[in-house]
Design a protein around this ligand. Structure first.
Ligand code: ASP
Length: 342
């Protein structure tokens, strides 16, 4: 294996490749070839780069599981041919796609690095070039003839995060992402400083398995003081509902009034799993620590531990179609599958 890697650059859209519409002034996606013209530096990279573009580049706010699947399939079809993959993606929902891909790509042994930017690549002050160039370097990075990164990462503003630990935290700063419960895997300065002990260890070689069926009949319910019985009752009785991510307070606390606990208990009895995650930006859930979470534990609410909302949602989407018995579902949900939780 030479130092030079083959990297496939997959363009889905996002600000990185947008221009201002003359009439409305709003940002919209433009052609991939135009985007590449703005980065002549790509020719200077040691790696060989091929490109693949979504037919219609999109704002990531329009992403859904069909698009996660499309990205996963491009990776699957090209898995043998390339050493690493870079996915250019809008920043708004990038952490959802990164989390989803981490679950969909079982036994991944090559880097899949998502990146994008806060300013279009044609803008004088753009952050796109550094993000793109370093993402490609990370996707091609080898040590002792082996790929250094063997998981789904998200690179933004000098840091590579584990994808399923990341969240978009700022809509205007160049530092738009964070990974509150897991340190960055790589920090880019004069050198790329790889935090080796934090990387996913590539275990015994197994073939890549791509899980393509995701369930989207799920709901994120964020509690707030004053949310009432009628609202919760109505929402949880939606017939098509298959799973709920419940965003609670602090270490997983919620009202312990009877009406609230009863609605949740009935929902779980209907076979709809409820996962408890915290509304806080950092830390996780520890049910039973306070009286206000003890009953949640008793009725069988699943602990989302220190999952981000993005990882909880996509883990739910990934696990539901596997038709597991409720107890098995709970055990697997509470187990770290791709380094997404403690
Ligand atoms: N709305 C854009 C998107 O997510 C924002 C961005 O790319 O930064 O596609």
């Amino acid at each position: 294996m030479s130092k030079k890697s083959n990297v496939l650059l997959i363009y889905t859209g996002g600000t990185i490749g947008m221009i201002k519409d003359f009439e409305t002034g709003a940002l919209k996606a433009f052609d991939f070839d135009d985007l590449l013209k703005h980065v002549p530096e790509l020719k200077l990279l040691e790696h060989h780069i091929d490109t693949y573009s979504f037919e219609k580049p999109m704002d990531s706010s329009n992403m859904n599981p069909k698009h996660f699947r499309l990205i996963a399939e491009v990776i699957e079809e090209n898995y043998k041919k390339y050493d690493g993959f870079v996915v250019l993606h809008g920043s708004d929902t990038m952490s959802y796609s990164a989390s989803a891909l981490s679950f969909m790509l079982e036994n991944l042994a090559k880097p899949v690095i998502l990146t994008g930017s806060q300013l279009p690549i044609g803008d004088l002050r753009t952050d796109a070039k550094e993000n793109l160039i370093t993402a490609i370097q990370l996707a091609g990075l080898k040590q002792n003839n082996k790929m250094v990164i063997t998981e789904v990462g998200l690179y933004f503003e000098y840091k590579l995060y584990r994808g399923n630990r990341s969240s978009k935290v700022n809509s205007e700063h160049f530092k738009a992402f964070d990974s509150p419960n897991y340190p960055p895997l790589v920090i880019s300065g004069i050198n790329l400083k790889v935090n080796y002990p934090l990387l996913k260890k590539s275990k015994v070689k197994k073939d890549l398995i791509v899980h393509k069926t995701l369930e989207d009949n799920i709901l994120v319910l964020k509690l707030f003081p004053g949310i009432n019985e009628q609202t919760i009752q109505q929402v949880l009785s939606i017939k098509t509902l298959k799973g709920i991510v419940l965003e609670t307070y602090g270490t997983g606390n919620a009202s312990n009034e009877d009406w609230f606990i009863n609605i949740l208990a009935q929902t779980i009895k209907r076979g709809i799993p409820i996962v408890n995650i915290t509304q806080c930006n950092g830390g996780g859930v520890s049910m039973g620590k306070y009286e206000t979470s003890t009953r949640l534990k008793e009725i069988g609410v699943i602990s989302g531990k220190d999952l981000t909302t993005e990882a909880a949602v996509t883990k739910m989407m990934y696990l539901l179609p596997q038709n597991l018995m409720p107890k098995v579902f709970k055990t697997i949900f509470e187990t770290s599958l791709r380094g997404e939780m403690e």
